[in-house]
Ligand binder design. Structure first.
Ligand code: FSO
Ligand code: SF4
Length: 551
């Protein structure tokens, strides 16, 4: 196997023996083959679309296949093989649509080879063998590290876009332009002679589409559940039977809340589900009692101690310990071999498991955390914020957000929040927020010094707020007293980074380590054009950030 798609990749080079995430070589091969099938489908789909033909099943397959291969989503060989087999049918359908459209337009269909025509074996071992033949390693050999790295940057960005598109789709919101780009990009990465310029261009276009899909998801979430509002959330537990919901899928949370109503079971959020507590359409359920635990990589300890049922709705799942394997469930695209998978949002088995478990017998105490500062709330405070900046009460903003992870270097983000001068404000989002949630930050004239904007899925809020502030101060985002300090882990963070580059945001600090697929020469271009910097130490970075506009 060879995989270097996430930040915890072995030795910051690539997982080759087994994944640090728990992905074994067979699963890695099947994921590679699934991505390959998605490329094949996309080759037909992008050409059919040019001729005015599209079909939902084709769009949905590619989106789901890509989200499935995001880090910490699906580890189950049987489910992956099932998706590959479905992909074979979809690929044939996409080809049929393309060829029909050609006939109608009086054109001769292009001869398309490789991923589009690869004959798939039917048995699991055969699929694993085929997956090994399409691994990145094969392409690294042929194209070299720079081009392959830029192709992979694009594929990972598109995986992130697919994840966000899938979340919006679950709530009934779609954008054909997003599907069109996903197909275009997945077709482009199969071209035989790519150039660096072409791939840079496509990566920036991926950033543009990310802004678009984030706006789509924002409107899907807020039209379904209202705008997040400032909310004090219990961070702990109360006596009673309990279900813990992790991941990012608000629709799963809503359905679970409906199905547990009146059943005597309390529902808690975990990890990236925390912002669920701030949506009017979700917090109205009184048995959504609070949040339990921290970011995803603490789950093995936290789930062991949680005396109820657990539901994983999206990334990031880790190998379940035996002591909770019979009370953890997966839904949607998430899967782990041997873990009960819920279909069609029928959570009855989850509820049964919660009722059979002991539940909490004591209350944890009164610890609370305030969340709910999406763009709607922050913009409603904008007059206050602008006055505070003009009057000198607020001197600087930091966006400290992104993903959390297990590496010790991530203490940087906590240290930064602790060292921030009292006249500065932190905007935060993503599970990276758990690095700064314990820091006592207080407020500036009623404006909290830590504004939690939600999940990584809510990054659109940061874009809207930054653009509104830039407008108010008649500058661009780079002219604001704002520094972006991003922690990355997986591929959704990749597309958000591309979005920031597309928006022209400069001097982003990125950590804890730079992506292994970014080669030194590609990094040089990113440094030259965008001033991207790896994080250093808080002592070194903080003064530089505070003085960014001094010159
Ligand atoms: Fe975190 Fe995991 Fe939300 Fe990621 S829970 S690391 S970027 O999947 O999605 O922030
Ligand atoms: Fe390694 Fe990350 Fe790939 Fe898992 S997803 S195999 S940890 S690079």
């Amino acid at each position: 196997m060879f995989c270097y798609q996430c930040e915890q990749t072995a030795g910051n080079k690539g997982c080759t023996i087994t994944g640090i995430c728990g992905k074994n070589p067979d699963t890695a091969a099947l994921q590679d083959l699934l991505v390959d099938v998605a490329k094949g489908v996309s080759k037909y789909a992008t050409r059919a679309r040019h001729l005015g033909v599209l079909e939902d099943s084709v769009d949905d397959f590619v989106t789901e296949a890509l989200f499935t291969t995001v880090t910490n989503v699906n580890f189950d060989p049987e489910r992956l093989a099932g998706m590959i087999r479905d992909g074979d049918t979809i690929r044939a359908r996409a080809r049929e649509l393309y060829e029909q459209a050609c006939r109608q337009a009086g054109q001769v269909p292009e001869m398309i080879n490789g991923a589009a025509t690869r004959e798939l074996r039917t048995d699991l071992d055969g699929l694993i063998e085929q997956g090994n033949l399409v691994s990145i390693r094969e392409r690294l050999g042929g194209l070299g590290a720079d081009l392959t790295g830029l192709q992979e940057l694009l594929i990972y960005g598109v995986k992130g876009v697919a994840a966000y598109a899938h979340h919006a789709h679950v709530l009934g919101h779609e954008d054909p332009e997003v599907f069109a780009f996903i197909h275009k990009a997945m077709d482009a990465v199969t071209r035989a002679n790519p150039t660096l310029d072409e791939l840079f261009g496509l990566n920036l276009e991926c950033g543009e589409i990310t802004v678009r899909v984030l706006a789509l998801l924002d409107s899907a979430n807020t039209s379904s559940y209202g705008h997040p509002e400032p909310t004090e959330v219990l961070w702990g537990c109360v006596p009673g039977k309990a279900i813990l919901v992790s991941g990012h899928d608000l629709k799963d949370l809503e359905e679970l809340l409906k199905q547990t109503e009146g059943k005597g079971v309390n529902v808690y959020t975990h990890g990236e589900m925390l912002p669920g507590n701030s949506y009017p359409g979700l917090k109205k359920y009184k048995h959504l009692v609070g949040h339990y635990g921290g970011a995803w990589m603490r789950q093995r300890n936290e789930f062991s101690q949680f005396p109820g049922a657990i539901l994983m709705t999206t990334n990031c799942i880790q190998e379940p310990r035996q002591d909770y394997k019979n009370r953890i469930f997966t839904s949607g695209l998430v899967a782990w071999p041997g873990v009960d998978h819920v279909s069609n949002r029928d959570f009855s088995r989850v509820i049964e498991a919660a009722l059979a478990a002991p539940g909490f017998t004591e209350s944890s105490g009164e610890k609370k955390v305030t969340i709910g500062f999406g763009h709607h709330t922050v913009l409603s405070l904008s007059d206050k914020v602008i006055d505070a900046v003009k009057g000198g009460a607020i001197k600087h903003f930091f966006l400290i957000g992104g993903c959390d992870g297990a590496e010790p270097g991530r203490n940087y983000y906590t240290d930064l929040a602790e060292a921030m001068p009292q006249d500065t404000v932190a905007l935060t989002l993503g599970c990276g927020k758990f690095r700064i949630m314990d820091v006592e930050m207080g407020d500036i004239g009623g404006i909290p010094r830590r504004l939690d904007m939600g999940q990584c899925n809510d990054s659109y809020s940061a874009v809207v707020v930054a653009q509104a502030l830039a407008k108010a101060f008649q500058t661009d985002v780079n002219g604001l007293p704002l520094s972006l300090v991003i922690s990355w882990f997986e591929q959704k963070a990749v597309c958000i980074l591309l979005a920031l580059l597309h928006l022209g945001v400069k001097d982003i600090r990125l950590g804890p380590a730079l992506p292994a697929f970014i080669t030194p020469s590609v990094l040089n271009v990113l440094v030259e054009k965008f001033g991207i910097k790896p994080i250093s130490t808080v002592e070194e970075d903080l003064p530089a950030m505070l003085n960014k506009n001094a010159a």
